[in-house]
Design a protein around this ligand. Structure first.
Ligand code: ATP
Length: 910
């Protein structure tokens, strides 16, 4: 293979002779490749060095300094800086330095949290990177689209997103959705003929462009431009990214934060003016006001929420769900309905042909999986398949109308391609039919869930022959003749009845059925879909087993316990669907097929949706209608999909779920999450994870607010009773910014509670702070405030002006200790600690231990003493602090224990 393709030469040549104006052979020759064997691996590596990776510059890769700057743009930070400057102006240099130091420390902590969040999202972006199918070194393989180089030969099939600009060299009914590039919504047909150099971009039918998607058919193209050199790279910046738009919860929290901010400023101004008017020194009132403002606002909250969500994304990956939008986790937590397809999601997608109906009678096929060991039996007896022309003709047509292949690898036989098609290939192998002897296809009408059939036209002995396979209900009405092994004869009503009875009996056993047919076509007609796919000759019906996934029945049970309804919406037959539904433990009263669904008005369908139904022989439009109706009833709907036409339903659903293995690029692009193992139970796992995250966010929001309430209560009551300054602004900053954030992050790591999947989904419109939540915050906040106020006044001695220092230190240390003990109350909002296990979240214990250690340092390390205005405490002081703090935990535990014992099972936590 030639290696003399220099980047400059190549680009120059491309400019002079655009590939659409060059014949396919000439492009192949110029780029030193071959349509059959592709580039050699070594050559591809060389070119990768020359041309660079096939990536577009990402529009939103966040830089570290932007994240750092974000930490210092908060209004509160501005107020603090002003406070620091005022301190400086009035000569309180240490205070000023302390305030600035804490502002910086807070910024660094916030930065560390957000940067960690950014990094984990960036790592995930990598996992969403697109892949493509290329031919290299004579082998067909899957490759990271990033590694494509000019000269690579790429295959494109329905639903694939194009990974680079390609000049087509083979094309079968290929239709492209180019709306991403040209804005044209109608799919455009493609061909390989050379065009005039001046042809407009939208009219270059022999080219397909990066970022566009195949709406039908298939094609083979040669890469002519990668990365920024592609048309898309020139006009736009496109990247596979995790959509970070704020989740509804984040929006609600930011509104709450703003409201608290406004309240803080108003309260502070009123208190400061009143105090000053009552004769207190202006400076003291200024600092009190700043303290109050700092105390009201939970500063660490946004960073903690972001970090929790980002860490949650990683947890979702462990559960085999890749989030494409952060908001999906929240949606999953509130999901009330999951609509799932059957094949591959509920079943293993490991198909084996078990039975074949032919005019002469039924044939059983032995063997399991993709290992082609097995034979054919009739009435329990093995027979010589070579004697059965009917069987061989059916298998040959099944093999012709097929894209799958079998490959023997060290770990056994592996299918390449779709399982339905692979199963037919395996059956043909069992009859020793050589796949290399297949005729060259000249045209194809691809499979889609809408058409439910597929046809390949070949040239055999000078004639055009169409080989068709598809859902029996779709194909049988198109058959007018039948093949009995000797001759083709007209199909009689009796033949029809026999075939239908065989289909019903196979489907009743849970087998997936497929009819196979063929016909000869006149050469001029082989492009006319309708003509080719009518007047067919039925060859027989194939029944294949696709066993349910073993873990699915358990997941269905769990969904039921969690109050989530599961609807199976499949393209398969109603009988097969019902049989599988029963096997996995779904209660089914009725199977509704696509045509029935179309005849129903919205009211009738809504009534049907209230019952136990499965939907069979559906098309993607039916899915869309079902989502809309369920949403109209207030449901939060999760919907799975894999096909190119599933995109609208995936977008419409609250949580669009695409299949990572089986799904097309188009479906993945439209979805909110991508399942890496295509497994239904992963959806239920992700729901549990979504619920855990939401619960934990609620836990630390309440915790942070109860701490802040405690500080406000203490400061406010102290002013009312005329006490001297309780906390200095730096002390409040220290407790809010330095110590609380750590604890809140630890609460975010709390494992899921035992009842997480045994309670109904939360209401989507539920506010972040429910009434019981507010009561909890008020009660516990009051305790925290009163405890520290009591400690302050207990140590305050009017006769000794020096006592204020020790009183402030005890109150300051006391409020931190009581807040840390209070954290334990929020590990579960309803369950006593013995039910969740004291050690089950070691992070909380680490956070408590490190915060208390920091406070010990604050009290005993001289440098910190001067910054935080503390004095050393005696052991007795610490003892008193602990005695005052412990009841906050003991009391709440007692209340929870009583609630836990009397609570009906499955109730919602407070
Ligand atoms: P689900 O919707 O649960 O994934 P499904 O795979 O059966 O189930 P579709 O992919 O829409 O749904 O397929 C519908 C029907 O089309 C199948 O039951 C089968 O009879 C037929 N079919 C499936 N794959 C092919 C194929 N590659 N070629 C021809 N017909 C097919």
């Amino acid at each position: 293979m030639s290696t003399d393709v220099s980047e400059e030469d190549n680009l120059k040549q491309l400019e002079q002779r655009p590939p659409h104006a060059e014949s396919a052979d000439s492009v192949i020759a110029r780029l030193g490749t071959s349509a059959e064997t592709g580039l050699a691996n070594a050559e591809a590596c060389e070119r990768l060095k020359q041309f660079g990776r096939n990536t577009l510059q990402t529009a939103e890769s966040v830089r570290w300094h932007q994240v750092l700057m974000r930490q210092f743009t908060d209004v509160l930070i501005v107020i603090l800086v002003v406070a620091g400057l005022v301190s400086l102006a009035v000569g309180e240099t240490t205070d000023a330095i302390a305030i600035f130091a804490i502002v910086v420390l807070n910024g660094l902590l916030g930065f560390a949290q957000e940067w960690k969040a950014e990094r984990s999202l960036a790592a995930l972006r990598q996992m969403l990177a697109p892949r493509c199918r290329v031919i290299r070194d004579g082998d067909e393989k899957e490759l990271d689209a990033e590694l494509l180089v000019p000269g690579d030969i790429v295959q494109i099939e329905t639903g694939d997103r194009v990974p680079a600009d390609l000049r087509l060299i083979r094309c079968m009914n290929l239709k492209m959705d180019e709306s991403a590039l040209t804005g044209e919504s109608e799919a455009s047909g493609k061909a390989i003929e050379t065009l005039d150099a001046s042809t407009d971009l939208a009219e270059r039918t022999n080219m397909v462009w990066t970022g566009t998607a195949a709406a039908g058919g298939r094609g083979l193209g040669i890469v002519v431009a990668t990365g920024q050199n592609t048309e898309f790279g020139r006009i736009a910046e496109l990247t596979e990214t995790i959509d970070r738009d704020t989740t509804p919860l984040q929006q609600k929290l930011s509104v709450l934060g703003k409201q608290l901010g406004v309240a803080a400023i108003v309260i502070s101004i009123i208190v400061a003016i009143t105090g000053w008017w009552m004769g207190k020194p202006l400076m003291e009132m200024f600092f009190t006001a700043v303290s109050l403002a700092v105390a009201v606002v939970p500063e660490g909250l946004p960073a903690v929420v972001t970090l929790t969500l980002a860490l949650g994304v990683r947890e979702m990956v462990r559960r085999k769900a890749l989030l494409r939008r952060l908001r999906a986790a929240e949606g999953l937590g509130a999901a009330t309905v999951i609509c799932t397809d059957k094949t591959g999601t509920l079943t293993q997608n490991q198909m084996t042909v078990q039975r074949i109906w032919l005019v002469a009678g039924e044939v059983d096929v032995t063997g399991v999986g993709y290992d082609p060991a097995g034979h054919f039996e009739a009435s329990g007896r093995k027979f010589d398949y070579r004697q059965r022309n009917d069987l061989m003709t059916l298998l040959r047509s099944g093999l012709q109308c097929n894209h799958a292949r079998l490959k023997k690898q060290s770990d056994g036989w592996q299918p390449i391609g779709e399982p339905t098609e692979s199963a037919i290939v395996v059956a043909a192998h069992k009859a020793w039919i050589d796949p290399n002897e297949q005729a060259e296809p000249v045209n194809e009408f691809s499979f889609s869930s809408d058409r439910k059939r597929m046809t390949v036209v070949t040239r055999e002995a000078g004639k055009s022959v169409a080989h068709t396979k598809g859902a029996p209900e779709v194909l049988l009405p198109r058959c007018t003749e039948i093949f009995d092994g000797d001759a083709v004869r007209p199909m009689t009503p009796q033949d029809h009845q026999n075939a239908t009875a065989a289909i019903e009996s196979m489907a009743g056993r849970g087998l997936r059925t497929l009819a196979i047919a063929r016909r000869e076509v006149c050469e001029g007609d082989d492009c006319d879909e309708e003509r080719v796919e009518s007047d067919l000759t039925l060859l027989g019906i194939v029944g294949m087993m696709d066993p349910p996934r073993v873990e699915v029945p358990e997941a269905i049970k769990l969904a039921g316990a969690a109050g989530i309804r599961v609807f199976m919406i499949t393209g398969d037959s109603p009988v097969t669907a019902s049989a599988i539904a029963r096997q996995i433990g779904l209660d089914i009263d009725e199977a509704i097929v696509g045509s029935q669904l179309e005849a129903m008005d919205d009211e009738a369908l809504t009534t049907a949706l209230a019952g136990n139904v499965v939907f069979a022989r559906t098309t993607p439009e039916h899915k869309l209608r079902i989502v809309k109706l369920l949403q109209a009833q207030g449901h939060i709907v999760g919907m799975t999909g894999d096909g190119v036409n599933d995109a609208p339903a995936l977008k419409k659903a609250d949580i669009g779920i695409a299949m990572g293995k089986r799904g097309t690029d188009v479906a993945k692009g439209a979805a909110d999450i991508v399942l890496t193992d295509d497994n239904f139970s992963s959806i239920i796992g992700a729901v549990e994870e979504g619920r855990r995250q939401y619960d934990n966010i609620q836990k630390f929001v309440r915790y942070l607010l109860s701490s802040n309430t405690g500080e406000v209560v203490a400061i406010f009551l102290n002013i009312l009773i005329g006490g001297p300054l309780l906390f200095l602004p730096v002390q409040i900053l220290w407790m809010n910014l330095v110590t609380d954030g750590l604890t809140a992050v630890a609460l975010g790591l709390e494992p899921a509670e035992k009842d997480t999947m045994h309670r109904p989904p939360r209401r989507p419109d539920e506010s972040v702070l429910t009434k019981s939540g507010m009561a909890m915050i008020a009660a516990l906040g009051t305790y925290v405030g009163l405890a520290s106020l009591w400690l302050f006044h207990h140590y305050l001695d009017d006769a000794d002006p020096k006592s204020i220092a020790i009183a402030q230190t005890v109150a300051f240390t006391g409020i931190i200790v009581v807040e840390k003990i209070n954290v334990l109350n929020f590990r579960s909002l309803s369950a006593p600690i013995w039910t969740i296990g004291f050690w089950s979240n070691p992070w909380v214990l680490v956070a408590i231990a490190s915060t208390i250690s920091l406070q010990v340092a604050a009290v005993y390390v001289p440098a910190m003493q001067s910054i935080l205005h503390t004095v050393p405490l005696s052991l007795a002081d610490w003892g008193l602090i602990v005695v005052v703090s412990l009841p906050v935990f003991v009391l709440v535990e007692c209340i929870k224990a009583i609630g836990w014992i009397v609570r009906p099972k499955g109730g919602e936590p407070g």
